[in-house]
Design a protein around this ligand. Sequence first.
Ligand code: TMP
Length: 234
Amino acid sequence: MQKLKKIYEGKTKILYETDSPGHLIQYFKDDTTCFNAEKKGFIERKGIMNNKISAKIFGFLESHGVRTHFERVVSDREMLIRKVEMFPLEVIIRNRAAGSMCRALNLEEGRKLECSVLEYTYKCDRLKDPLINEYHIRALKIASDEEVEVMKDYAFLINNLLTKFFVRLNVELIDFKLEFGKRKGKILLADEISPDTCRLWEVGTEERLDKDRFRQDLGKVEEAYQEVLTRVSR
Ligand code: TMP
């Protein structure tokens, strides 16, 4: 598969066309941003680690019936993906309170929840990805009701699968963000799943093994990503 021209560059990834019209190459950068890009930085080797972690997780999910855009790893920082039409949505699941949920509702970080919480944000940098609900999605025709049901079912299935996947690695899945796309009428999980897009706490110590180390200046950021890579590669 030959890499052709760049078609999109985001904050942490670049997409390239390939000589196959149905496939793209997704390149993972070391750049990192948070708080709607108010804080910017660089995590050494992050692109390499997130490419490998995402590949492992997409492979695991595919083997458990989740359709994803992932095809195969093609280099240290690149994976071959199926081209999809992205929904401008982030689907977030929270198993314990952290991050923006704590800020919005004045909750203690790590507070246990009676049930998992599903949230949607509308992907728009200019508006800082505002929280929306299923009525907004329907009213603004962001996705059909059927598509929302598929994404929601996938999100809870992925939560069950990944919670168990990480517990075996002595890691608790606190929350995570998913993005979906559409290809030939089917909904596929897209983007990435990595310590950039999940909160991962070590069981017992609650040591942060994710991007909160960068967000909160906790240090040892690269080491935490490497630890996740080492564990998911076991
Ligand atoms: P939040 O607490 O900042 O809303 O984040 C919830 C989860 O979603 C957390 O695991 C990080 C992830 N996330 C992203 O991957 N991208 C984003 O742009 C945001 C806001 C959150």
